[in-house]
Every structure is written in structure tokens, then in C-alpha cells.
Write a protein that binds this ligand. Sequence first.
Ligand SMILES: [Mg+2]
Length: 121
Amino acid sequence: MKSCLVVDDSKVIRKVARHILEGLDFAVAEACDGQEALDACHESVPDVVLLDWNMPVMSGMEFLQALNGLNLPNRPKIVFCTTENGIAHIRAAIDAGADEYVMKPFDRDTLEGKLQLVGVA
Ligand SMILES: [Mg+2]
């Protein structure tokens, strides 16, 4: 079973993502900010991280930078989540090491397609 860490400060987004991912047979863990996500990655590295940009405590970008600093041998794939008006962030996220991005709100087909693109679905 593949594992996915859903990182978003929105409980609704986490719930929607969990529902979709469990339907795709992923083991799902949740974090509500980048720091929680980093702590979770120290415990066990997921196959893929679904990463929000705007979060309190530690943003998606700060999480990416911290993750890069860990130099993990088994780095998780990163699918960065953004909104239409966050489109300028996509390039910065890819430059910081995100593998793919998905626009919010996403549906099952869109998310599954992105997971296939990064090789985890
Ligand atoms: Mg957010």
C-alpha cells in the first residue's frame, strides 16, 4: 500500500483529499502545517506528500526547503496544491523541488492523474 501525507491547514481539504486517496488505496496521514509535516517525515517518510502553500506556522515552501535540507535517501514525491490566484507560486514550488502541482479544488480524476505522473499511482 502506498502512503500519502496530506498537508493542509483546511480541515475540509484534508477530508476531501483523504476520501479520494483512500478510494485509490492509499494509506493516508494528515498534517495541518509544514512543521507537523516535517515531524511526520522524521517518523516515517511517505511515498508522496500533497502539499498546500499557505499555512500558519510553516508554509509549503518552507517545508520544501526544510525537506531539501534533510537529504533523505528516499525523498517523497511532492504534489503541490495551489489555487488559480496562486499560479505564480507554481514555478517557485517546482524550483524548490515539487514534482507536480494540482489546482484546488481537485477531483478524483485530476488527483489520480497527478499521482500517476509522479509515479505513485
Ligand atoms: Mg492553506
